[in-house]
Ligand binder design. Structure first.
Ligand SMILES: Nc1ncnc2c1ncn2[C@@H]1O[C@H](COP(=O)(O)OP(=O)(O)OP(=O)(O)O)[C@@H](O)[C@H]1O
Length: 260
């Protein structure tokens, strides 16, 4: 089943076109990393898919429905870039995560047992259940970011969209993310996430798309880190090992994988 179907999409801000001709398909269960240099249009791509930036040309489908007619937004959990959960908000960790249930339960119904269970389960997944009653402002930056992931997970979405969830986040939080996302994917969830480097999420990523100057410059299996080839179970063929060592942002569309 198609979760995201973008065809020849152009989008931008004011007079400036940022996305030029983006075609992207994400199927149910896919885990897709969006890579690329600063300013290449990664955030704009996911924000356009989510309807936060208007489409100028082309079409976007979400769960088989044209985006302009799509109403099941509770099926999508979105964690935007650099949103400080604790910035001046005197809410507890549990309250922030519970706000992720609003779309599911509606604004005017009190939270029930299912809501409370979903909140606890999401916090457990990111390793923060013991902080449920603490003010978010008392958490580290990485823990606050984990709280936002838990808020998205608590809505029990089918698709999770994360914009650089691990940027500037401590190692323990990165591991906790990886664990939570691995569980989400194992349960059949679909993930699209913008990343600067794959890091501990590497084993989870099935496909990477590289955005360059508002276009998808390359799409395929992400490169293995150097030295990974000797590990048991490694059976990929990588004819261009030098490119892998060069890093993901310099990943050139020359290795015979799908390229645009
Ligand atoms: N709200 C906005 N209004 C106007 N221009 C914007 C807006 N958001 C982004 N841009 C511009 O669009 C271009 C692409 O930005 P975008 O945030 O999509 O890139 P990115 O690949 O996600 O970058 P980064 O890795 O730095 O987050 C940049 O030139 C940026 O200045």
């Amino acid at each position: 089943m198609s979760v995201i179907e973008a065809r020849h999409v152009a989008a931008g801000y004011d007079g400036r076109e940022i996305l030029r001709d983006v075609t992207l398909s994400v199927a149910a269960g896919d885990v897709v990393a969006v890579l690329g240099a600063n300013g290449s249009g990664k955030s704009t791509l996911i924000r356009t898919v989510l309807g936060l930036v208007p489409v100028r040309r082309g079409q976007i489908g979400l769960f088989g429905t044209p985006q302009r007619r799509f109403r099941q937004w509770e099926r999508i959990g979105y964690v935007p870039q650099r949103l400080g959960a604790g910035s001046g908000v005197p809410a507890t960790v549990g309250e922030v995560v519970a706000s992720g249930r609003l779309a599911r339960r509606g604004l005017f119904r009190l939270p029930g047992a299912a809501d409370r269970a979903a909140v606890r389960e999401a916090l457990d997944a990111v390793g923060l259940l013991d902080r449920i009653g603490d003010p978010v402002a008392t958490l580290s930056g990485g823990q606050q970011q984990r709280t936002l992931i838990a808020r998205a997970l608590a809505g029990q979405p089918d698709l999770l969209v994360l914009d650089e969830p691990t940027a500037g986040v401590d190692a323990a939080s990165q591991e906790a993310f990886a664990g939570a996302l691995t569980k989400f994917a194992a349960d059949g969830g679909t993930i699209v996430l913008v990343l600067h480097e794959l890091g501990p999420l590497r084993p989870l990523i099935g496909r990477a798309v590289v955005v360059h100057d508002g276009r998808i410059a390359h799409e395929g299996v992400p490169p293995e880190p150097a030295g990974h080839h000797a590990e048991p179970g490694h059976d990929h063929v990588h004819p261009h090992a030098d490119e892998e060592r060069a890093g993901i942002c310099e990943w050139a569309p020359t290795d015979g994988q799908k390229a645009y």
